[in-house]
Every structure is written in C-alpha cells, then in structure tokens.
Design a protein around this ligand. Structure first.
Ligand code: ADP
Length: 352
C-alpha cells in the first residue's frame, strides 16, 4: 500500500500540466520536486533535492506558508509570486504528512490575476474617459443656472459646448458597445465577396465632408494592375477603414493629403490609409492598437478634437478587432513629422 502511494505520488510529480508538486521534510528541505516545480526554480529536480525551500525558490511567502503548516500540523493555503522576477502567481496548498514533512501543491493563477488587472484598468480607463466630459457639462450647466451669464450669445455658446460634450459621451458609449460586441464574437460577420475599388470609393466619399472642414484632401490611390476581390463583412470593413481615415484626417496638417488604396498581399487584400501628418513616434507604435492607448494628447489642437469628436483611444482597438474577426491583421508604417500609413488585411478571393 505504501509502495502504491509512493508510485502514485511519483506519477503525479512527473506529469506536466497539473499543479506543481514538492515534497519537503520537517526542516523544509526538498525531498522530491516535480518536473515543473524544478523548471520554475530553474534547476534540475536532482539538484533541488536537499536544498532548503527558501534557497531553491527565494520566496518568503512560500516559505512562510510551509513553515506555518509544519508548525500547526494543519493545512495552510496562501498565495505566492514565484519564478524569475516573481512574474507567476500561485495558490499554494501546504499539507502536513503524518510522519513529518509536507506536500506543497502550487496552482498557477497567473492568467486569472492578469485578467483581473486588465478588468481593473478597463474600468479605471472608462471612468476617466466619462468623467472629463461630465465635469465640463456640470460646470457649464452650473454657470448657466447661477445666472452669471446674461447675454444670449454666451448662453448659446455654453449650450453648444454642452451639446458637444454630450456628443463625445455618446461616441464613447457607441465605441464601447462596438468593441464589446466585436470582442465577444456575438456579432456574426456577414462575409461577402467585395470589389476593393468600391470599398475604397465608399470610404473616400464618407470621409469627404470631415476632411473638407479640416482642409485636408482625400484621394483614391491608383488601383493595382491585379484583379482581386476581398472576402469581408462590408459594414465592419467600412467601419474599420473610416476609423483609419478619421485618424488620418485628424492627425494631418491643414493642406495635407490622405490617400486610400488597396493591393494584394499574399493571400490577403491590404487596404491602406496614408497621410503626411504628424506621424507616430517609434516608441508608441507597438502599443497603438491597444484599447485606450493614446499618444500625447497635446499633439492635436483643441479645434481639431472639437470638430472630429473625442479621443478615447478606442478607434484603433476596434480596427484591430475587426481585422482579427476576419482572420486578418493590422499594422502601420510611420515616421514622426513625416506621416503614417495604416493598413488592414482581410482574405482575398481571387476572381477567375
Ligand atoms: P483616438 O480616439 O485617440 O484617436 P485611436 O485608437 O484611434 O484613438 O488612436 C490611438 C492613438 O494613435 C491616437 O491617440 C493618436 O495619437 C495615434 N494615431 C492614430 N492614427 C494616427 C495617424 N494617422 N497619425 C498620427 N497618429 C495617429
């Protein structure tokens, strides 16, 4: 029976993908370390045998949990960050054995903790984005109510500002809904075979009035010699391109030019939106498609953000999710002060 139990323990210790296991004696020296526990300590299982727990893992919380269980003679459960720079989180069960010593079972909760962090950041970001326009609306309304404004022109100006802030709020809410439906995969894509020229033409037409107000020219890039069709949901692809076009106009200088075009890239159709605007510093290019990520807001003059709606840092996150929902990708090439080319790829359907 004892032998069978030892064999069972060995089988558990040698397996991958389960909890990490360690057997320690009464003075917390390692008797037997599982394969993955040894990997976590960056040593071989043999090298770990005889080492103290604290020397092997360098984790005071892990040592404290084990010590407490050994002293009390009962199960102790706790949490410890382990591994190189403590980048992995574990739920630790320390179970005392009748003959002395302990079995330590380590359950990896790194992914759970990361998700909790993402959720916390998300809520904090939304709170921040909602608060800014709400504060303005409240201040403007308070000033109007106090009776301090007595001429019609200023009153109208205040009301216009309130309306604009309310529009920002509405846009933010729309973007959040878009992002969550696309992210959750709830909205099914209605894939059709599309003529890329028509997709580009529709985008140029839609962005026209906005660009005009900003004194930016929008043109179609010359079509490639190759014939191809794109396999995409027209509404979603259109939304992604208009987001890119909006940004291109927003971050252009007056008198600038935005070019929208397409090309075949391997098994994809790549739509491009190019501008000769302010560009994206290299240090920001990696993270620019993350939700709520913004490059320094002071780069855009207030007049522009007023005309073009708020800047919540959600536009590019929506573009990325749309691309990924199609099995495609997004990217950019940009040089600060020279301009940017953003692209989105969706699958190609070569015409006969
Ligand atoms: P936002 O609502 O802030 O425009 P986005 O997700 O659309 O959010 O863009 C994220 C950031 O990327 C922006 O804050 C801006 O700094 C930068 N960016 C996006 N497009 C361009 C562009 N065409 N040229 C320069 N910077 C851009």
């Amino acid at each position: 029976m004892i032998n069978q139990a030892a064999t069972a323990f060995e089988a558990l210790v040698a397996r991958r993908g389960g909890d990490l296991l360690l057997l320690v004696d009464g003075s917390l020296r390692i008797v037997r370390a599982g394969l993955e526990a040894a990997e976590l300590a960056e040593r071989s299982a043999d090298a770990l045998t005889g080492m103290s727990l604290i020397a092997a893992f360098g984790s005071a919380p892990l040592d404290a949990i084990a010590r407490q269980a050994a002293a009390a003679g009962e199960v102790v459960v706790g949490e410890a960050d382990l591994g190189h720079l403590g980048e992995r989180s574990f739920m630790v069960d320390a179970v005392p054995l009748p003959g002395g010593g302990l079995v330590l079972s380590l359950h990896d909760i790194t992914a759970l903790r990361r998700m909790e962090r993402v959720r916390r950041d998300f809520v904090a970001n939304i709170g921040h984005e909602l608060r800014t326009p709400l504060t303005s609306i409240k201040l403007l309304a308070e000033t109007l109510l106090s009776g301090a404004v007595d001429d019609a022109e200023t009153t109208r100006d205040f009301a216009t500002q309130i309306e604009r802030e309310a529009d920002h709020l509405a846009q933010l809410v729309d973007e959040l809904f878009d992002l969550s439906t696309i992210e959750s995969g709830q909205s099914r894509l209605e894939i059709e075979s599309l003529d890329p020229e028509e997709v580009v033409a529709a985008c140029v037409e839609r962005i026209g009035p906005v660009a005009e107000r900003r004194e930016v020219a929008v043109r179609r890039a010359p079509p490639p010699a190759e014939q191809a069709r794109a396999l995409a949901d027209p509404a979603r692809l259109g939304q992604a391109l208009i987001n890119l076009a909006h940004n291109a106009v927003k971050y252009s200088h007056p008198g600038g030019e935005v070019r929208i075009g397409w090309a075949v890239a391997g098994s994809s159709v790549r739509f491009t939106v190019a501008d000769d605007g302010i560009g994206v510093p290299v240090s920001h290019q990696q993270r620019i498609f993350e939700r709520f990520y913004k490059v320094d807001r002071s780069r855009v003059r207030d007049r522009d953000t007023e005309q073009l709606g708020g800047s919540a840092g959600l536009g590019l996150a929506i573009v990325r999710h749309i691309a990924e929902a199609h099995g495609g990708a997004v990217g950019l090439m940009s040089e600060e002060g020279v301009g940017s080319t953003f692209w989105i790829e969706v699958p190609v359907a070569r015409s006969a």
